[in-house]
Design a protein. Sequence first.
Length: 412
Amino acid sequence: MSPIVVVGAGIIGTAIAYELQRRGQSVVLVDRAGPGQGASYGNMASIAITEFMPASRPGIWAQMPKWLLDPEGPVRIRPSYMPRLIPWFLRFLDASRPSKLRALEVAGAALCARVYEDLDDLLKTTGLQDMLSAEGCLSVYADEAEFHADRDHVEILDRFGFRYEILGGDAIRDLEPALTTKISKALLFPDNRSVSDPYKLVLRLSEKFQELGGVIQHADVVGFDHDDSGVTAVRLADGRLLEAGSVVLAAGAFTARLSAMLREPIPLETERGYHTQIMAPGLSIRHSMIWPARAFMVTPTAGGIRVGGTVEMAGLDAAPDYRRSKVLVKRAREALPHLKVENTTEWMGHRPAMPDTVPVMGPSAKQKNVWYATGHGHLGLTYGATTARLMADLITGVTPPIDMKPYRVHRF
């Protein structure tokens, strides 16, 4: 019997490959660069179960004009790329309708409510429990106005029962003494824990996959052979053919290029994100921290402190603009006045973004044996284990524990 070919070895594809192999399937995992070297390499290492709300909600729309006009703002669109974004933005606009927002919130909350059940199982079976911290995340605010501007976030958490705690100035600095005294209020999200190194997590998971008999191929996928039964083989750039019993397309922001080869367009864009990894920060922090008004995040991970965030819409091929990461570091030093920026590296990666902020997980509407798992946006690491569980259920004929209709590929 031909194997299941999983295309894409980030956290999503690697977790799916591992889960399928664990269930007795024969799996080949294909990636042009190797496990964890795409967006999973440089994400902000957060299991962010409180961050499922749609990006098209009113609070974001209210700030969007200011952000777009600010050259150092958290959202940047390269003018040359704007014409290609119009169809995606029209769908983004459609996702802002009140009735649609409620359905999207439910779809995101359903996934986040499952995260630790699935993640704890994945880490336990692989022996990787040591990679998850015990600390949560702080969302910080300089004043009541900033806190009030984030009220829709709090209202959504209340609606779905996700935990948070409101803290005042002294209580905040008891948790994180390095924070500036300009921070007067914070939300503590105790369940938004961090991974000690997201790249190493994917790497170690890929090793566990291989120990179970899984095969990894470093190659670029350039096409598919198919007949009436579906895809029969995956074509690689080096001329090889991989026979396939089924195919799972989990290549992050690059999945749209693969789906186009199957004449199944997906409204998938890349939100390019930046980080600076600081290995000699001159201070330590226990929690990951977000300052919503400044639109950046700081996380202790990968042996140092990582500063990241921002959204740049410029497609998959444009060169990085590392001025974005420098802006983030400047803002991080507002929050952490004694932060030293020494022994650093800068990085840019491609988050796979759907216009409604909900991932695609499920069967192709065009090919009988093709499956999609993409569009996880800022929550790839958060949703990784849950996506693996749900996709493995679907592929092996097990009824998933939640309704999968909101995540179907042909919902637009």
